[in-house]
Design a binder for this molecule. Structure first.
Ligand code: SF4
Length: 420
């Protein structure tokens, strides 16, 4: 592991007053100001990061009285050339630049620190406000570079095996805070959309349940896929959900991304123990929604994530039941391989009661799936030395109990019921 900024720093960074402690590097942001100073200066201004292309065009036409191609120029400056100062956008006239200075800002999340793993994985802790920080992880692999992006500060779904869940929930991230994670990583990597792509895939698989923050996530994913944004193909942007059924149906109508579902158990009783959301949306309803998604997307597969936990869900009866569910899915979608499965060995974190199965147990489980004709890759653990492996993202969450309770109520109203 190499520390990019300060070897002494671990995750607990933000003090009670929201300031980084003296030992932590206070980020000065892209323009040299601290986030707090920026927040004061930004009061009342629009953050351009909050806009996807249609909204930015409307902002230029309706609020600024400008032609919409000006919005396209600004998008390229921000997402292709990483400019945050309107003064640098030299193909805009002086008067427009002054108007933009007056009305808007380009404000990315604050980098509290970043760490690089010996295997090339890179993790950023990004300050979202005075009290909260989230994590974003970049995982390079043969011919591709995947960014794992967070959608909420903490998570209310309370899955029993999840490190994020232990932190509670504070709030949804804004569109700016979601796409800002991509911007920070892409700028750091020297990514040039359409030319030198170091960032080829995005997975909404970091902290939080993305479908519980639907509008902001969908808007951010549209910037990821826009040629004026990061130009990623639809199938290279994946949203991973714990199983919010109504929102899966809505996603099928409103976006064209790949779907991944955290399955983790083939039986309702066990899945409800591991993932309380299963009480509201049991396996049959969840799989029905996945079938509808795959049929609507004609020929697209759905990926099912299965975290293997020792003596919990790694036995032959679990593998056999899983095979039955996946075969049934293929039959209903009328496409062999419509259901993909990823096996993820559990990554233990302090305080968890779960354990990683032995390598033999993992191989035995995989073999049962292979013998049934299924490709079942075992996800390699990456970034273990910087706590960036799957399920280890934690960030720094100020869990205000009342806010968590209110969010749970909203989730119940939205249909996630006892899940939260
Ligand atoms: S596994 Fe995902 S949905 Fe479940 S608590 Fe963790 S972040 Fe939330």
């Amino acid at each position: 592991m190499t520390e990019a900024r300060n070897p002494a720093i671990e995750i607990a960074l933000l003090g009670d007053d929201g300031a980084a402690p003296a030992s932590a590097p206070v980020d000065t942001g892209a323009d040299g100001r601290t986030n707090r100073a920026a927040a004061v200066a930004d009061a009342g201004k629009t953050n351009i990061f909050d806009f996807d292309r249609p909204r930015l065009e409307r902002f230029f036409e309706e609020d600024l009285g400008e032609k919409k191609f000006r919005a396209h120029q600004v998008m390229k400056w921000i997402h292709h050339r990483y400019a945050t100062d309107f003064a640098d956008m030299t193909d805009l006239g002086k008067a427009l630049r002054a108007k933009l200075e007056e009305r808007a800002v380009v404000r990315a999340p604050q980098v509290v620190f970043d760490k690089a793993s010996t295997d090339g994985t890179h993790k950023w802790l990004l300050g979202m406000d005075a009290k909260n920080a989230i994590e974003t992880v970049y995982i390079p692999d043969k011919g591709r570079g995947t960014l794992c992006v967070s959608s909420q500060v903490g998570c209310a779904l309370n899955c029993g095996f999840c490190s994020t869940a232990t932190q509670g929930f504070n709030r949804n991230l804004s569109t700016a805070e979601i796409i800002g994670q991509v911007w920070v990583a892409a700028r750091h990597l020297g990514n040039v959309p359409h030319q030198q792509r170091r960032l080829t895939n995005v997975v909404m698989m970091g902290m939080g349940e993305p479908l519980a923050n639907f509008d902001n996530v969908v808007r951010a994913m549209s910037i990821m896929r826009d040629d004026l944004g990061y130009g990623l193909a639809n199938k290279r942007v994946t949203l991973s959900t714990a199983g919010m059924v109504p929102q899966i149906d809505r996603l099928a109508l409103e976006s064209d991304v790949s779907l991944a579902v955290s399955l983790h158990a083939p039986f309702d009783e066990l899945r409800t123990q591991l993932m309380p959301i299963n009480k509201k949306y049991p396996l049959a309803e969840l799989l029905d929604a996945c079938v509808r998604y795959a049929l609507r997307k004609k020929g697209e597969s759905v990926t099912f994530e299965y975290t293997l936990m020792k003596d919990v869900n790694d036995q032959p009866e679990h593998a056999r039941a899983l095979i039955g569910l996946l075969r049934d899915f293929d039959r209903r979608v009328q496409m062999k391989g419509a259901a993909k499965i990823n096996l993820i060995p559990f990554n233990p974190f302090p305080g968890t009661g779960f354990q990683r199965p032995s390598d033999e147990a993992i191989r035995a489980f995989q073999k049962l799936l292979n013998n049934a004709g299924m490709i079942a890759p075992v996800r390699r653990t990456r970034g273990d030395d910087i706590d960036a492996a799957c399920g280890q993202l934690k960030g720094q969450v100020m869990d205000r109990t009342r806010r968590s309770a209110e969010h749970r109520k909203r989730l119940q109203a939205a249909g996630a019921g006892d899940a939260a």
